[in-house]
Design a protein around this ligand. Sequence first.
Ligand SMILES: [Zn+2]
Length: 240
Amino acid sequence: MRNRKFRLIGGALVIVAVGLLGLRTAYHFEWFPFRNLLVYGSSDVFTHGNPSVKTIALTFDDGPHPNVTPHLLRILRQYQVHATFFVVGEMAARHPEIIRQTMADGHTIGNHTAHHPQLRKMSKEQITAEWQECSQILARITGTAPSFCRPPHGRSNRRIVMSAKSVGLKMVCWSYAPNDMSPVSSAFNITTRILKHARNGDIFLLHDGNQATLDALPDIITGLRKRGFELVTIAEMARE
Ligand SMILES: [Zn+2]
């Protein structure tokens, strides 16, 4: 009897431990949607648009890429979609003509740091320097400093959010990531996940420079429109 009781308690402890481990693992994954809300208040991080408005924002991280971004821009132009690009400062500096075209096409350009480092390992001064350097590069190219930023991999903490705020940047994460960078994600997988998930006010994390994402884009756009969603930039969504 006593033995059985111990076995039950032991079993319960194992279940709790596995549950906690699962939560911790999910917390570190990009796709865990409420990760940022666990760290600080929601008002400092924009993760979702107005749930009563039928709009969705497509966001593309990690560009610009000379071989892929022009194709991405062409598709968006063809379908008359405005999206948001969180660009890396040093890459923008190497391809200013792509940044100018992105701007001319009416997309929102956001700050994704100067060198895409692991911000959580850096001091507040170093983090601030990353935001500032990227904003300065973008301001030099476009004449306008960005208003929005996104930390690399969406990994953040209070220090990172506050440093962005101190240099006038509003942090934007996402409500859903279809895991488009996974080597086993095909264009079909990415499209299916997005269309299955799509809700009012969603912000989708996608990546520039990824062939499967590029291939998925026409079906994502037509599929979302068929469901009645309007595709907007983060700047537009923030005003809703
Ligand atoms: Zn990134």
